[in-house]
Design a binder for this molecule. Structure first.
Ligand code: ARG
Length: 564
């Protein structure tokens, strides 16, 4: 049931079928205030086509909108303000959600086509940074959103597991490392070794040479070097997977940078065949002057390949293996240039599908207004952050609901959800200030607030002994107090659409905040459990709210505890 479309179809006929339904549908707005109706239609753009003043068009159209769905049409200048029939629409929407439940809002824009999502992608032997957290959370939400729109998401963790830094790390380990200590606390210890290498190398340039030679051995497949590298990689992945488990994030592929080692010769060869490679300062580059970009570095003077070379191989590999319709890269804003170069090179190579690649950048996580850095010992360990959040959530649940049975489980859902929601509620390009205290508030625009609203709605349904398969019957009055909630339910598919079109999960986050606020207001004003002719219909409305809140949270990667 799509009232915008229904209105557009009426307007189509009223306008002598001169303007496409889809075009009319796009012109329909949602008035800011409900006193101006539920839908608005501006007539300005029609004036030229119709050779009439927009105000006259509005007047004429208003007389032609006759349908039980549209109860009242007001003309305000060149605008039509249209009021939905509350009783009819309430009944329709609540009934539909009762029937199709979590499928409400689903669309088939993608027709099953693949969307690859490059997300999370931390670097091994280094702590999981806040930037990687953002990429994980945003990428995961986008995966759910594209799936809801009928695409098949493929989540790829492009692990940073190759590069000259591993030569340095092996050198440091050989000189100062202790296997037992590394086993106990791999990432912390490997980072310490890496930092020590840089400190010592300042006084002893021979170390740099050693690092280089270990990396050379690694690239040449030396057994000892490979074994150490593999060990560092395994230990790091073990640690990362604890974080992914906490956040309930899964991947379809962990093909990282090293995976492309044997796939780069082909890329270099293709570039040579297409005569795109030129020598510059002994290195091999692709010139991007006509694209107004700096040259893309493909091979260093010593023959070593680079991050960009691996990304070229990865893009081609993904096209060949997943035949993607869209290829998303959820990577921080600071890598914008890299992705511009990547796409430009692929276009030059003649790959039209490069148009289907989208870099989805995001801003920084700040602490007291400054970038949260993982460098120089100032490490913020993400696992610690998540565990602290869970502990704080546990503490407030203890205070609010001491008799709750599954406190640990709920604390995890609330604590982790709070961190995720805080990340997702603002447009991703905005920098965000990291504050556990702020994230975990139960009021305001937070994850716990939405989860708490959901739990509250569930508790009403429990008290009323509501059965999920019940389909409401009586919708007798015109539901003034309920209307804001109903009209928010109508908005869910639009919020999903906006989130998809802009690759912007905050559209869903803001939506569930608004729905929660509308519901809580209704809850405060109406005695839902009171036995009267409206009770069943109201309970059905409460049920519809729980369905949509839970689905909205799921799209963001969050859980919806029924009690908290
Ligand atoms: N490992 C990289 C980093 O931490 C991010 C990789 C992003 N994905 C890619 N295909 N380049 O900066």
């Amino acid at each position: 049931m799509n009232y915008k479309q229904e209105l557009a179809e009426i307007l189509f006929v009223a306008l002598e079928q001169e303007i496409q339904v889809s075009e009319l549908e796009m012109l329909i707005e949602k008035p800011k205030s409900q006193t101006h109706g539920d839908l608005a239609f501006p007539c300005f753009t029609l004036a030229k086509k119709k050779r009439k003043s927009p105000n006259i068009i509005a007047q004429e159209l208003s007389e032609k909108i006759q349908s039980p769905t549209f109860e009242k049409v007001e003309v305000v200048g060149a605008y039509l303000n249209i009021f939905l029939n509350k009783q009819l629409v309430s009944k329709e929407i609540v009934t539909e959600i009762s029937k199709i439940k979590e499928n409400y809002g689903a669309q088939n824009l993608g027709k099953g086509a693949n969307v690859t999502i490059d997300m999370s992608s931390p670097n091994i032997a280094k702590p999981f940074s806040m930037g990687h957290l953002r990429s994980t959370v945003i990428g995961n939400a986008l995966a759910h959103i594209v799936e809801k729109c009928g695409y098949q998401p493929i989540k790829i963790n492009h692990i940073g597991d190759w590069g000259t830094q591993f030569g340095k790390l092996i050198t440091a380990y050989k000189l100062w490392g202790n296997p037992e200590i590394v086993k106990q606390n791999p990432i912390k210890e490997l980072l310490t070794l890496y930092v020590k290498f840089h400190e010592e190398a300042e006084a002893d340039p021979a170390l740099v040479e050693q690092g280089r030679s270990w990396f050379k051995r690694l690239e040449d497949g030396d057994e000892e070097a490979l074994e150490l590298w593999k060990w560092f990689r395994d230990e790091s992945l073990k640690e990362f997977s604890r974080i992914y488990d906490l956040m309930n994030v899964e991947f379809d592929s962990f093909a990282g940078e090293a995976f492309y080692n044997d796939k780069m010769d082909r890329v270099v060869q293709l570039l040579e065949e297409k005569q795109l490679l030129v020598e510059s300062k002994q290195a091999q580059v692709v010139e991007l002057t006509s694209e107004e970009l700096p040259p893309c570095l493909i091979k260093k003077s010593d023959g070593a390949t680079l991050y960009a070379t691996r990304d070229l191989a990865a893009a081609i590999y993904r096209k060949e293996n997943y035949d993607f319709d869209l290829s998303l890269y959820v990577v921080g804003n600071e890598q914008s240039l890299h992705f511009k170069q990547l796409m430009a090179v692929l276009k030059k190579m003649g790959y039209e599908w490069a148009e289907k690649m989208v870099h989805i950048p995001f801003g920084m996580m700040l602490k007291d207004g400054k970038k949260m850095s993982t460098r120089k010992g100032k490490v913020v360990l993400l696992e610690e952050v998540l565990n602290e959040s869970i502990a704080l959530a546990r503490h407030s649940i203890e205070g609010k609901n001491p008799s709750l049975v599954s406190k640990d489980e709920v604390a995890k859902q609330v604590g982790v959800g709070a961190v995720m929601f805080h990340d997702l509620k603002n447009f991703r390009m905005n920098d965000i200030e990291f504050s556990l205290e702020e994230m975990l508030r139960f009021e305001g625009e937070t994850g716990p607030y939405v989860q708490y609203t959901f739990a509250r709605a569930c508790s009403i349904l429990r008290k009323a002994n509501w059965q999920d398969d019940r389909i409401p019957q009586s919708f007798d009055t015109n539901w003034e107090k309920e209307w804001k909630v109903v009209s928010m339910l109508l908005e869910f598919p639009n919020a999903i659409n906006r989130a998809f079109e802009n690759f912007d999960p905050s559209q869903v986050a803001k939506y569930i905040i608004d729905l929660s606020q509308a519901f809580n207001k209704f809850y405060g004003e109406v005695k839902i459990l009171e036995e009267n002719t409206e009770q069943q219909a109201r309970l059905a409305l409460v049920f519809a709210v729980t369905v949509v809140l839970k689905e909205g949270l799921r799209l963001l990667g969050m859980e919806a505890p029924e009690e908290m």
